[in-house]
Design a protein around this ligand. Structure first.
Ligand code: SF4
Length: 440
C-alpha cells in the first residue's frame, strides 16, 4: 500500500481542502500517515500570501528531501499555481499542481505515479459560465470536506476573490469569486454532523461575497442553524464591507452562530488603505466595530494588520497603532508586507526590512497585551467550552464560542464534549479553568 502524508501551509481554506484531498486518498486505497513518518509521497498544500509563506515551502521541501530522500513530493495550491517553474526545480519534487487541478490529485498521481521529470499542471483558473463551484466536490467523488478530527470542521462555501487589493495575488492564485451550490453546502454540513462534528467553520477566500441563485451568505447561516446536531457555527474571516446588519441580529438572538468575527483591517491610515485599494475608510471600520459591539456586547473581534506597505511613514504607522490600541479589538495577526509578483503594489518602492520588522514587533506586543487584558476580564466567568485536544498529563483543551482557548485538568475524557468551565487564571495565550458539573 502506498504511504502518503500531508502538510498544509496558509489559511483555513487550505486546511479544508487538504482534509478533502486526504479523504480522497484514503478512499482510493492509500495509507495516510503522519507528516513526520517515512512515506512514499508527501503532499504540501502551499500558500503564497507573503514571502515568508514561500520560504516555508522551500524549507519544508529541502527538509523532506534530507530526512526522506526516497519520498516523491507533490506541491499543490497557491504557490504551485503561481511559481511552478521555481518549485519544479526543488529536489525531490515530482508534481506541481495548481489550484484548478489539485482536487483531482488522486487521478493525477494514479495516472503518472513516478514521473521522470516533475509533472507541472497549472492551467489558468477561469470564472466559468455560471460563476459557480458545482458538484465537483461531491462526497461521491470522495472530495467533500471531511476532517479527521471530530470536533470542528471547515466547510468551504466559495473560492476566489474579485476585490484585487493592490498587495494581494490571491485573485491570480485562486481565480475570480465562485460560489458553491447552496444545496451542496448543506449536504456537506449534514455529512460532517453525521460523522460527529459539533462545530462548523464557514471558510472561503471572501465568504461575504457568496451568491448563488439569489441566496447570500446569511442564507447559508440561517439554513445551517436549523440542522440537528450542530452546536456551533463560526465564520473564519470576513471582509468588513461584506457583513450585513442582519448578521448581528442573528448573532445576538441566541442562535448557534458564535459571537466572534475576524475582520481584516490591514491599516489604520486612510492614505494607505487607499493605496492598498481596500474598500473602506478608517471611519467606516471604526463604525463597523462600534455597531457590532452595540448590537452584540459580548462579541470578540480580531483582525489582520499589515506593516510596511510601500510609502508607510512613521506617522501612518502610528495612526494604525493608535487605532488598534483604542478600538475594542481583542487581538490581531500581524503580517509584514512583501511584494508579490502579480500584485500591483510590486511597482512601489519597498521599505527597509528592519523598519518593517520593528513595526511588526510593536504591533505583536500590543496584540499580546490586549489579548491578555481581555483574558483577565473573563476570569471568574462561566463559559461553555468545546474540547478538542488533550495531553498525556491530563490537561484538556478547547474553545469558547468567542474563540478563547481554555485548558482544564480533569479525569473525565472531554474530547468532543461541550462542558461548562469556570475560568480561573491566564496562562500565556490561554486561560486555565475548572470544569463544572456535566457535559454533553
Ligand atoms: S479581499 Fe483583498 S486581501 Fe482578501 S483575498 Fe481578496 S484581494 Fe486578497
Amino acid at each position: 500500500m502506498t504511504k502518503i502524508s500531508f502538510y498544509t501551509l496558509g489559511c483555513r481554506l487550505n486546511q479544508s481542502e487538504t482534509a478533502s484531498i486526504r479523504h480522497a486518498f484514503k478512499e482510493n486505497g492509500y495509507q495516510v500517515v503522519d507528516f513526520n513518518e517515512p512515506c512514499d509521497i508527501v503532499v504540501i498544500n502551499t500558500c503564497t500570501v507573503t514571502g515568508a509563506s514561500d520560504a516555508n515551502c522551500r524549507y519544508l521541501v529541502r527538509r523532506i528531501n534530507r530526512l526522506n530522500p526516497q519520498a516523491r513530493i507533490a506541491l499543490i495550491g497557491c504557490q504551485a499555481q503561481l511559481q511552478e517553474s521555481q518549485l519544479a526545480k526543488l529536489p525531490g519534487v515530482s508534481w506541481v499542481i495548481g489550484n484548478a487541478r489539485k482536487m483531482d490529485l488522486v487521478s493525477v498521481l494514479n495516472e503518472n505515479p513516478c514521473p521522470k521529470n516533475p509533472q507541472v499542471i497549472t492551467p489558468v483558473i477561469k470564472r466559468g459560465p455560471f460563476s459557480l463551484i458545482k458538484r465537483g466536490l461531491s462526497p461521491k467523488r470522495g472530495l467533500s470536506p471531511f476532517d479527521d478530527k471530530h470536533t470542528r470542521a471547515n466547510i468551504k462555501v466559495q473560492d476566489g476573490c474579485d476585490f484585487f487589493c493592490s498587495f494581494c495575488e490571491v485573485p491570480y492564485a485562486r481565480g475570480r469569486a465562485r460560489s458553491r451550490v447552496f444545496e451542496d453546502i448543506l449536504d456537506d454540513a449534514k455529512s460532517l454532523l453525521a460523522s460527529g462534528h459539533q462545530e462548523l467553520v464557514l471558510t472561503g477566500i471572501n465568504v461575504g461575497t457568496y451568491a448563488y441563485e439569489g441566496k447570500t451568505f446569511i442564507d447559508i447561516i440561517k439554513a445551517l442553524d436549523e440542522l440537528d446536531g450542530l452546536k456551533r457555527l463560526r465564520i473564519s474571516s470576513i471582509e468588513p464591507t461584506t457583513i450585513s446588519k442582519e448578521l448581528f441580529s442573528f448573532m445576538k438572538n441566541g442562535h448557534k452562530l458564535c459571537r466572534y468575527l475576524h475582520v481584516p483591517l490591514q491599516s489604520g491610515c486612510d492614505e494607505i488603505l487607499l493605496k492598498m485599494k481596500r474598500r473602506y475608510s478608517v471611519a467606516e471600520f471604526k463604525n463597523f466595530v462600534h455597531e457590532a459591539i452595540s448590537q452584540v456586547p459580548e462579541i470578540v473581534i480580531g483582525t489582520d494588520v499589515m506593516t510596511g506597505f510601500p510609502g508607510e511613514t512613521d506617522e501612518h504607522f502610528n495612526q494604525t497603532l493608535h487605532l488598534l490600541n483604542d478600538l475594542p479589538i481583542r487581538y490581531f495577526h500581524v503580517f509584514s508586507y512583501s511584494p508579490r509578483h502579480r500584485a500591483r503594489s510590486r511597482l512601489l518602492k519597498p521599505l527597509d526590512s528592519k523598519v518593517v520588522s520593528k513595526r511588526s514587533q510593536i504591533l505583536r506586543d500590543l496584540s499580546n497585551q490586549k489579548r491578555r487584558v481581555f483574558h483577565e476580564s473573563l476570569i471568574g466567568g462561566i463559559y461553555e467550552v468545546l474540547f478538542e485536544a488533550s495531553d498525556k498529563v491530563g490537561w484538556q483543551e478547547g474553545l469558547t464560542d468567542h474563540y478563547v482557548r481554555v485548558r482544564v485538568k480533569t479525569k473525565h475524557d472531554l474530547y468532543n464534549q461541550m462542558a461548562r468551565v469556570r475560568l480561573k487564571s491566564v496562562d500565556g495565550l490561554m486561560v486555565l479553568g475548572e470544569q463544572l458539573g456535566g457535559y454533553s
